[in-house]
Ligand binder design. Structure first.
Ligand code: PSU
Ligand code: MN
Length: 301
């Protein structure tokens, strides 16, 4: 077996799902319907969904329906990155896990594939602020397949890709040679390799890990065409939002919610529709990859 294994027993083919998007990334009630739709999409692909979160201080790999409802409706859910994971657990609080924390906990619990919307990365003006997401450093040390639609639209995408290259994280385009722009299908930026199907992804991931690499394999799947937004329109909306942020002096962790709310408003709800569509799409693709990876491992052992 060449898939790194933390020693945990795998009873079924599981796919982990990120929860920050549920508690902090989407408005209500779409957040709960999206979380359910993502779980259903994983099941339709033949795998078992495991939404990851912290429930009253306990790490949960898979939530009950009532826990999922609580996560989507409570107003005291912490955003949990690796830095505050221990503190949130120790305090008995509820927490929603970022990409970094979901990847980390997935690997620890024997799950090799997880799905999210967009990863964190290098923020614009990071040269001044040092704001680089722990998602990148965690992907660099965590051997799981991560399925996303690119990085958050408000980031510096060329620098995010540079850093992924430095960290040795392969970026696999799902039926594309272009790094997707989250809401838009294209950015003009390239990927490491293209995959036509889950079989291609599994072949690359197994070869990557067999050669001793222990990073994540990042699969980037563009937003489904019917809901995607043109690149120029999104670039304009993000630039307007950035200008408004510097005018109003919004700072720190308030910046991202501020920018995303502005982009959502200026696209008249189409940004939300795109987000919901790509989340479900990613969950479905992750399910297919997990099933195929399980078969690949069985052939090897
Ligand atoms: N993409 C979005 N909205 C979000 C996130 C991603 O459009 O809220 C979340 C994800 O959970 C990601 C996290 O892991 O933001 C990164 O946060 P930070 O930049 O603080 O590391
Ligand atoms: Mn940050």
């Amino acid at each position: 077996m060449t898939v790194p294994d933390a020693g945990a027993k795998i009873s079924a083919v599981r796919v982990a799902l990120e929860s920050t998007v549920i508690a902090h990334g989407l408005p209500r009630p779409e957040n709960l319907s999206s979380a359910r739709a993502c779980e259903a999409a994983v099941r339709e692909s033949g795998a078992e969904p495991a939404t990851v979160a912290i429930v009253a201080g306990d790490v949960r790999i898979g939530l009950t329906q009532s826990e999922l409802e609580a996560l989507a409706s409570r107003t005291d859910v912490a955003k949990v990155s690796l830095q505050n994971l221990g503190a949130v657990c120790a305090s008995g609080a509820w927490g929603a896990t970022t990409v970094a924390t979901t990847a980390h906990l997935s690997a620890r619990h024997g799950i090799h594939v997880f799905a999210t919307g967009g990863i964190g990365g290098v923020h614009r003006e990071a040269d001044r602020t040092f704001d680089v997401s722990a998602d990148l450093t965690t992907l660099a040390t965590t051997p799981v397949v991560t399925v996303c639609a690119g990085a958050k639209s408000i980031l510096d995408l060329p620098r995010t890709l540079e850093l992924l290259e430095t960290l040795g994280v392969p970026v696999i385009g799902w039926q594309t040679e272009e790094f997707p722009g989250f809401y838009s299908r294209d950015t003009g930026l390239g990927v490491t390799a293209r995959a036509e199907s889950e079989v291609d992804v599994v072949r690359i991931a197994l070869a990557h890990w067999a050669s001793g690499c222990r990073t994540s394999v990042l699969v980037v799947a563009p937003c489904p065409p019917s809901k995607a937004i043109a690149r120029d329109e999104i670039d304009g909306a993000v630039n307007d939002a950035l200008a408004a942020a510097s005018e109003t002096g919004v700072r720190g962790s308030a910046v991202t919610p501020f920018l995303l709310a502005r982009v959502a408003a200026s696209t008249g709800g189409r940004a939300l529709a795109a987000n919901l569509s790509l989340l479900e799409n990613n969950a479905r693709i992750a399910g297919r990859i997990a099933v195929s990876l399980d078969r690949g491992k069985a052939r090897e052992s």
